[in-house]
Design a protein around this ligand. Structure first.
Ligand code: UDX
Length: 441
């Protein structure tokens, strides 16, 4: 199939590379000429495991090309809109400027019957708006608009695309069904269900999924606080909880709160959508507030572990990105936590395997170190912020010898109290109180 993808950002690139790998003929179009030129030189603007290789092999096979010219959409059977929908400044609504502009620009190039598939995360009703924009800009266009939300996790996006739990396609016009089934035909081999729904249901499903997962994470985070107060171990509670098949074990790792490009923006947008339709999303609203407050609470936890003050102390921060296997710093909890520690007088030295370049601009007063041991050298305390594999088996004796202090705060629960104590550390983690340890009663 001939497919065009408008927007060569994270979602557009992953979608384009994976669909090309399915055997389709893909053109990724972006209005940013320098981005297109870079992609044509084989440079991938984001870090996503396996993406560079997948793009290269499909380009070499002639199935994937990059272009700045939307005219290529003319002979595409399906055109995906995969442009960004950031949070609108001030009100938390999704900013649809790029989606509307892309629809308008696309309209004049449509020829023959075309399915316009919205992949960008958009509020309910956007499919109707996009259809109206195209019809107005080009009354002769023969097209249908379908909603086809993505559920990709950064760091595992290719795997998620090729082996999804489900594909959701929302349509109002049956003519969209067969082409979309054809786009995803290879997935039938993986037995992924392709769920056809109404367009509004598909749009809502995306927000419902992200909000539900954000609530799940937030629930276990609050449960961790209760474990600390009451003397339970949140990992045991999570295991017991997750074995119930109705609940499931995923997204029950307590930590510093969710971040990233989706959960914070989509939960806020869902709250706004609920308000707009007079159907308040109260659980989600509370989730947003709890998650925001958690950053300050994590800074307080670190300060408490440092005997109540970080003034004049050096804190080594391992991990800056919102999660491992990405260079994405968007809404990373590290930003607010570091800000609070600096405001309390701490010096921060950080290391992140992929995120330091992006972090440098956001955190100008943080010294970046070449590795975890370099970051720890001379530090009074060490904070494990992101659970990169590289931090899972640190040489604790070496760390202890190079640090000035003996405090480790593990915000991802990747170490055990016993091993830390054996190496002479005072150790605190999330929701796992141990009598006598830092932070315990
Ligand atoms: C998410 C959704 O998973 C994906 O389906 C959607 O398309 C985009 O948003 P992503 O933002 O890449 O993907 O990250 P994800 O792995 O879902 O993690 C989100 C946040 O929750 C991270 O900050 C992560 O650290 C946190 N998290 C996740 C936890 O704190 N604990 C968990 O158990 C799981």
């Amino acid at each position: 199939m001939k497919i065009a993808i408008v927007g060569a950002g994270y979602v557009g690139l992953v979608t384009g590379a994976c669909l090309a790998d399915f055997g389709h003929e893909i053109t990724c179009v972006d209005s940013d000429a320098s981005r297109v030129a870079a992609l044509q030189r084989g440079e991938i603007p984001i870090y996503e495991p396996g993406l560079k290789e997948l793009v290269a092999s499909n380009e070499a096979a002639g199935r994937l090309v990059f272009s700045g010219d939307l005219a290529v959409a003319a002979d595409a059977e399906v055109v995906f809109l995969a442009v960004g929908t950031p949070s609108r400044r001030g009100d938390g609504h999704a900013d649809l400027t790029h989606v509307h502009a892309a629809a308008r620009a696309l309209a004049q190039h449509l020829s023959g019957f075309t399915v316009v598939a919205i992949k960008s995360t958009v509020p309910v009703g956007t499919g109707d708006a996009v259809a109206a924009i195209i019809a107005e800009a080009n009354p002769a266009a023969d097209f249908v608009v379908v909603s086809n939300p993505e559920f990709l996790r950064e760091g595992a996006a290719i795997e998620d695309f090729k082996r999804p739990d489900r594909v959701v396609v929302g349509l109002e016009d049956e003519r969209g069904r067969a082409p979309m089934a054809e786009v995803y035909r290879p997935l039938y081999l993986n037995q992924a269900p392709i769920l056809f729904t109404g367009r509004r249901s598909a749009e809502l499903t995306k927000y419902a999924s992200n909000a539900f997962l954000a609530m799940k994470v937030t629930f276990i985070n609050e449960m961790a606080d209760l474990c600390e107060a009451a003397g339970g171990n949140v990992q045991d509670v999570a295991r017991g909880l997750g074995l119930d098949k109705r609940i499931g074990s995923k997204f029950l790792n307590a930590g510093p709160g969710y971040g990233g490009s989706c959960f914070p923006k989509d939960t806020q947008a869902l709250v706004r959508i609920g308000e707009e339709f007079g159907a308040p999303m109260r659980l989600v609203e509370t989730t947003v507030a709890i998650n925001e407050a958690r950053r300050g609470a994590m800074a307080d936890k670190i300060i408490a572990a440092c005997d109540g003050s970080v003034a004049g102390k050096t804190i080594a921060m391992l991990g800056l990105t919102f999660k491992p296997n990405t260079d994405d710093m968007r809404e990373a909890p590290s930003i607010a936590i570091i800000g609070a520690l600096q405001a309390a007088g701490a010096e921060i030295v950080a290391h992140d395997p992929e995120g330091m370049a992006a972090a440098q601009g956001l955190l100008p007063d943080v010294a970046m170190a070449a590795g975890p041991y370099e970051a720890a050298a001379g530090a009074d305390a060490l904070v494990l912020m992101t659970e990169w594999n590289a931090f899972r088996s640190l040489d604790l004796a070496r760390l202890k010898a190079s640090m000035r202090g003996d405090v480790i705060v593990d915000l991802r629960n990747i170490y055990r109290h016993e091993e830390m104590e054996r190496h002479g550390f005072r150790y605190d983690s999330v929701g796992r109180p141990v009598a006598g340890m830092v932070g315990a009663e």
